[in-house]
Design a protein around this ligand. Structure first.
Ligand code: ZN
Length: 111
Protein backbone atom coordinates (compact mmCIF):
# COMPACT_ATOMS: atom_id res chain seq x y z
CA UNK A 1 0.00 0.00 0.00
CA UNK A 2 1.25 3.42 -0.92
CA UNK A 3 0.77 6.12 1.64
CA UNK A 4 0.57 9.54 0.12
CA UNK A 5 2.25 12.22 2.10
CA UNK A 6 0.66 15.59 1.63
CA UNK A 7 3.18 18.38 1.29
CA UNK A 8 1.21 21.44 2.12
CA UNK A 9 1.01 24.24 4.59
CA UNK A 10 -1.13 22.21 7.01
CA UNK A 11 1.96 20.16 7.71
CA UNK A 12 4.14 23.02 8.76
CA UNK A 13 5.90 21.76 11.91
CA UNK A 14 5.08 23.28 15.23
CA UNK A 15 7.86 25.00 17.07
CA UNK A 16 8.20 24.14 20.72
CA UNK A 17 10.33 26.59 22.62
CA UNK A 18 13.02 24.74 24.55
CA UNK A 19 12.16 23.82 28.09
CA UNK A 20 12.47 26.84 30.27
CA UNK A 21 12.41 29.43 27.51
CA UNK A 22 8.87 30.51 28.26
CA UNK A 23 9.27 30.38 32.00
CA UNK A 24 12.42 32.45 31.85
CA UNK A 25 10.76 35.30 30.09
CA UNK A 26 9.89 37.39 33.11
CA UNK A 27 12.66 37.15 35.65
CA UNK A 28 16.06 37.18 33.97
CA UNK A 29 17.95 39.78 32.01
CA UNK A 30 16.80 40.76 28.59
CA UNK A 31 20.12 39.82 27.04
CA UNK A 32 19.97 36.27 28.42
CA UNK A 33 16.36 35.86 27.39
CA UNK A 34 17.15 37.11 23.92
CA UNK A 35 20.01 34.63 23.50
CA UNK A 36 17.98 31.68 24.76
CA UNK A 37 15.06 32.49 22.52
CA UNK A 38 17.25 33.17 19.50
CA UNK A 39 19.06 29.85 19.94
CA UNK A 40 15.86 27.86 20.26
CA UNK A 41 14.35 29.69 17.33
CA UNK A 42 17.31 29.37 14.99
CA UNK A 43 17.56 25.63 15.64
CA UNK A 44 13.99 25.41 14.40
CA UNK A 45 14.42 27.49 11.26
CA UNK A 46 17.54 25.52 10.31
CA UNK A 47 15.49 22.33 10.04
CA UNK A 48 15.41 21.04 6.48
CA UNK A 49 11.64 20.53 6.48
CA UNK A 50 11.03 24.06 7.74
CA UNK A 51 13.45 25.57 5.23
CA UNK A 52 12.07 23.68 2.29
CA UNK A 53 8.48 24.64 3.12
CA UNK A 54 9.24 28.34 3.40
CA UNK A 55 11.51 28.34 0.34
CA UNK A 56 9.01 26.46 -1.77
CA UNK A 57 6.13 28.73 -0.73
CA UNK A 58 8.25 31.74 -1.74
CA UNK A 59 9.37 30.11 -5.00
CA UNK A 60 13.02 29.71 -3.92
CA UNK A 61 13.52 33.45 -4.26
CA UNK A 62 14.20 36.38 -1.98
CA UNK A 63 10.83 38.05 -1.32
CA UNK A 64 12.44 41.51 -1.50
CA UNK A 65 14.76 41.46 -4.53
CA UNK A 66 13.92 38.15 -6.25
CA UNK A 67 17.46 36.80 -6.06
CA UNK A 68 17.91 33.07 -5.66
CA UNK A 69 21.44 33.28 -4.24
CA UNK A 70 22.31 32.51 -0.63
CA UNK A 71 18.75 32.19 0.63
CA UNK A 72 18.00 32.42 4.31
CA UNK A 73 14.93 32.19 6.50
CA UNK A 74 13.98 35.47 8.10
CA UNK A 75 11.51 36.35 10.85
CA UNK A 76 9.15 39.13 9.78
CA UNK A 77 8.59 39.98 13.44
CA UNK A 78 11.95 39.40 15.06
CA UNK A 79 13.06 37.52 18.15
CA UNK A 80 13.87 40.94 19.56
CA UNK A 81 10.28 42.12 19.16
CA UNK A 82 9.13 39.07 21.16
CA UNK A 83 11.59 39.94 23.94
CA UNK A 84 10.29 43.50 23.88
CA UNK A 85 6.74 42.21 24.30
CA UNK A 86 5.66 43.52 20.90
CA UNK A 87 4.94 40.15 19.29
CA UNK A 88 3.55 36.95 20.84
CA UNK A 89 6.09 34.16 21.30
CA UNK A 90 3.64 31.52 20.00
CA UNK A 91 3.61 33.23 16.62
CA UNK A 92 7.37 33.66 16.26
CA UNK A 93 8.03 30.50 14.28
CA UNK A 94 4.81 30.09 12.35
CA UNK A 95 4.63 29.98 8.58
CA UNK A 96 3.06 33.44 8.56
CA UNK A 97 6.03 34.98 10.36
CA UNK A 98 8.76 33.38 8.27
CA UNK A 99 9.94 34.41 4.83
CA UNK A 100 12.74 33.87 2.36
CA UNK A 101 15.44 36.51 2.06
CA UNK A 102 18.81 36.47 0.34
CA UNK A 103 21.83 37.10 2.51
CA UNK A 104 22.20 40.61 1.15
CA UNK A 105 18.62 41.71 1.93
CA UNK A 106 18.71 40.00 5.31
CA UNK A 107 21.93 41.81 6.24
CA UNK A 108 20.69 45.20 5.09
CA UNK A 109 17.39 45.06 6.98
CA UNK A 110 16.69 47.83 9.42
CA UNK A 111 16.62 46.11 12.80
ZN1 ZN B 1 17.21 39.90 -1.66
Amino acid sequence: MIQSKKQNIDYFPKWKPQMGTLGMLSNISEKVRYKALRNSSSAFIKRMDVRSMIFSRDGYKCVICGSSDDLQIDHIHSVYSVIKGKFPIEKLNTIENLRTLCRHCNASKIP
